[in-house]
Design a protein around this ligand. Structure first.
Ligand code: DOR
Ligand code: ZN
Length: 349
């Protein structure tokens, strides 16, 4: 198959950043996705409905409506802190522009210092989310210093996520950017209302790709790439046709100088070529017929939103991925910079 037309996808997890970065991030995703769930980890974070609506305005102003992107919709999220009250949740849930609340364990990743230090005191807030049917989006890693970085996702499931899903049986939960077989198994056997997003980098690479023969900072993201058996479990989940697994790129730009540094930032930029990346994986798995469900059907079904009515066409035609992308004053090295990609988006509309 050298050409495939599918319902236009959505990105159920992305970092658009703010200010000068918005011009590229917003238009790169809007070129292939109709909707994107926008992460709230700005500095300062997006903590209230008011913050989310102001950020949404900045995003929509950056959209170039003359390039076929005019349908694009930013679905906003709030950043859960120890101070998020049930009232904040109720106000957000009443807005058509907010689709979830993001849980970052404090210190887990980029701009997570204001994250949650413990869930016990947040039970009334979680109960409000359950009552309002506002989904909880989870960065699933413990942050304890004595837990190895490669084990942090699995330990989070056992200590935090499994009890939470039981205690709030109607709360919809998305375990974001899963990286392990443990997460695939947990989500597969969890009750209805528990789902997961999967990124291109976790389907394409394992930790050997990042660390053997030299350290490759542009493959460093959180949760970190794991050993190959986990990548294989993620690939199997993505192509399985199980509606609990759907597309979320976690595209997260950091400038080249903050990635190529003694203490480099976590995040991979993929918004410019996400569909070529996913198409390559699905083709390798002989499952191109499952791409549309993963990219375009299961996400809106989970969030209770209509499926898109537009289409995109992907063609199997080699293209060179750029070495770097300009971002205002600086540049970002995207995932697989300078490599040849097998697929490209031909038309979107
Ligand atoms: O690698 C990551 N980068 N993981 C995250 O959870 C956050 C993201 C970012 O904002 O840069
Ligand atoms: Zn993210």
């Amino acid at each position: 198959m050298s050409r495939i037309t599918i319902t236009k996808p959505d990105d159920w997890h992305i970092h658009l950043r703010d200010g000068a970065m918005l011009e590229r991030t917003v238009n790169d995703v809007a070129a292939w996705a109709n909707r994107a769930v926008v992460m709230p980890n700005l500095t300062p974070p997006v903590k209230t409905l008011e913050d989310a609506l102001a950020y949404r305005d900045r995003i929509m102003s950056a959209l170039k409506t003359d390039s076929g992107n005019s349908e694009f919709e930013a679905l906003m999220t709030l950043y859960l802190t120890d101070a998020t009250s049930p009232e904040i949740i109720e106000a957000a849930a009443a807005s058509p522009f907010v689709c979830g609340v993001k849980l970052y364990p404090a210190g887990a990743t980029t701009n997570s210092a204001a994250g949650v230090t413990g869930l016990e005191a947040l039970k009334p807030t979680l109960a409000a989310m359950e009552a309002c049917d506002l989904p909880l989006l989870v960065h699933g890693e413990v942050t304890d210093h004595d837990i190895d970085i490669f084990d942090r996702e699995a330990v989070f499931i056992e200590r935090t996520l499994a009890p939470l899903v039981d205690e709030f049986p109607k709360l919809r939960v998305v375990l974001e950017h899963i990286t392990t077989k443990d997460s695939v198994d947990f989500v597969t056997s969890a009750r209805n209302g528990v789902a997961a997003t999967i990124t291109p980098q976790h389907l394409l690479f394992d930790r050997n790709d990042m660390l053997v023969g030299g350290i490759r900072p542009h493959l460093f993201c959180l949760p970190i790439l794991k050993r190959r058996l986990h990548k294989e479990a993620l690939r199997a989940a993505a192509v399985s046709g199980n509606p609990k697994f759907f597309l979320g790129t976690d595209s997260a730009p950091h400038t080249v100088e903050t990635k190529e540094a003694p203490c480099g930032c976590a995040g991979c930029y993929t918004a410019h070529a996400a569909m070529p990346f996913y198409a390559e994986v699905f083709e390798e798995e002989a499952a191109l017929d499952k791409l549309e469900d993963f990219a375009s059907h299961f996400g809106p079904d989970f969030y209770g939103k209509p499926r898109n009515t537009e289409y995109i066409t992907l063609v199997k035609e080699e293209q060179l991925s750029p070495m770097s992308l300009s971002f205002g004053e600086s540049t970002v090295t995207p995932l697989r910079a300078g490599e040849t990609l097998a697929w490209r988006v031909e038309t979107a509309g």
